[in-house]
Design a binder for this molecule. Structure first.
Ligand SMILES: NC(=O)c1ccc[n+]([C@@H]2O[C@H](COP(=O)([O-])OP(=O)(O)OC[C@H]3O[C@@H](n4cnc5c(N)ncnc54)[C@H](OP(=O)(O)O)[C@@H]3O)[C@@H](O)[C@H]2O)c1
Length: 336
């Protein structure tokens, strides 16, 4: 259940609860708009199930998610690992966006206040910023660690060259390094396996997959040729921002359903366990719009897929074999 957070000695649960569904905001309504009471119950359920890892971001419901999470944790805050992020536009100030020193220091202060805490366990940059020199970003993040406001650093939505360049720059300048990569990874989106997972394994980073159910698609609630059920994320136009091949996705859901029936568990649990059992994964960030969904997802911790079931799912969801990977694999088979 507990895994080391990258190559630190810190232990985190192999499921992390993502709180993107917390808060009231018109822009985030399609994802969820859970209030404090609902959030309190969900956080208590997570703590009871042994979850000690929570993910949020300043941008989720424009700060409301952080505020609600901080309040829900209350006195338990120091017992758990809280991860948040900065980078996306907050408010109207043209400088309250990106990974400049100016924005990072300000964003961190504001997150600390909203979370009602003195420190952030894992502070993540939400997306690469092509307009700011990496050195400026990394120095600002390092300062936050030196000041004790942040304990560990992570990044999200980086390409492999961006991440490797960041790691090398930190190493060269003697700065704190990113220890985690938070990235989109599920049975319908395995692009991470080309470069980023091998890179994280090689460099000792922990991988924290987001949208492991592809925003709800991998629960079986969406059926080919039928309209999305009312009130679900994918029934809203903005709720379809994740990129994947739907036709292929339906075949994957069929394979998940077969295993789910055999085991008498939900399709969502099978999809979550697949990602949780893949190499390099530290903690899978689950999302839930309701208490019922949360309880279902947490129940995936009670069992594991067999190697044969993993292989079946691996095969049906295999990403295309691109160059130069197929060529390197071919040679590797011949090498002594
Ligand atoms: N770094 C990033 O850029 C990034 C991006 C996205 C998310 N994240 C993080 O990852 C977390 C999880 O992302 P996500 O919410 O997209 O994850 P997800 O697991 O792919 O989707 C969660 C959604 O699926 C549906 N669902 C979940 N469990 C279900 C169940 N057991 N049965 C039926 N439906 C179920 C619910 O939506 P409906 O009820 O609407 O169907 C729920 O809100 C977020 O909270 C956030 O912390 C990070």
């Amino acid at each position: 259940m507990m895994r080391f957070l990258a190559n630190t000695g810190l232990k985190v649960s192999s499921l992390c609860f993502g709180t993107m569904t917390f808060g009231h905001s018109e822009r985030w309504k399609h994802v969820g708009n859970l209030d404090q009471k609902e959030a309190d119950q969900m956080i208590a359920t997570c703590l009871d199930a042994g979850i000690n890892f929570f993910d949020t971001a300043d941008i989720y419901s424009e700060g409301d998610s952080e505020r609600i999470l901080g309040k829900a944790l209350g006195s338990k805050r120091t017992e758990v690992i809280v991860a948040t992020k900065c980078r996306f536009q907050m408010g109207n100030n043209p400088n309250r966006v990106g990974l400049t020193r100016w924005n990072i220091l300000r964003a961190c202060e504001e997150s600390l206040k909203r979370l009602n805490t003195d420190y952030i366990d894992l502070y993540q940059v939400h997306l690469f910023d092509p307009h700011t020199p990496l050195e400026e970003t990394l120095r600002a993040l390092d300062d936050l660690v030196r000041q004790g406001k942040v304990l560990y650093l992570g990044c999200s939505n980086f390409t492999a060259w961006q991440l490797m360049k960041a790691l090398a720059t930190s190493q060269q300048l003697g700065l704190e390094k990113f220890i985690t990569l938070q990235a989109y990874y599920s049975l319908v989106a395995r692009e991470l396996e080309y470069e980023l997972i091998p890179l994280c394994l090689d460099q000792g980073l922990g991988v924290l997959p987001w949208s492991p159910l592809a925003g709800g698609f991998l629960t079986g609630k969406y059926r080919k040729g039928q309209p999305a059920p009312q009130g679900t994320r994918r029934s809203a136009a903005q709720g379809r921002f994740l990129k994947f091949d739907e036709n292929r996705g339906y075949k994957i859901v069929e394979a998940l359903e077969k295993i789910a029936k055999e085991r008498n568990v939900s399709i969502a649990q099978v999809a979550l366990n697949y990602i949780r059992q893949k190499p390099g994964i530290t903690s899978v960030i689950i999302g839930a719009r309701s208490q019922e969904q949360l309880e279902d997802n947490l129940a995936s911790l009670k069992w594991e897929l067999t190697p044969e079931e993993m292989e079946t799912l691996d095969k049906i969801s295999a990403p295309p074999r691109l160059y130069p990977y197929w060529m390197q694999e071919r040679s590797a088979r011949r090498d002594p």
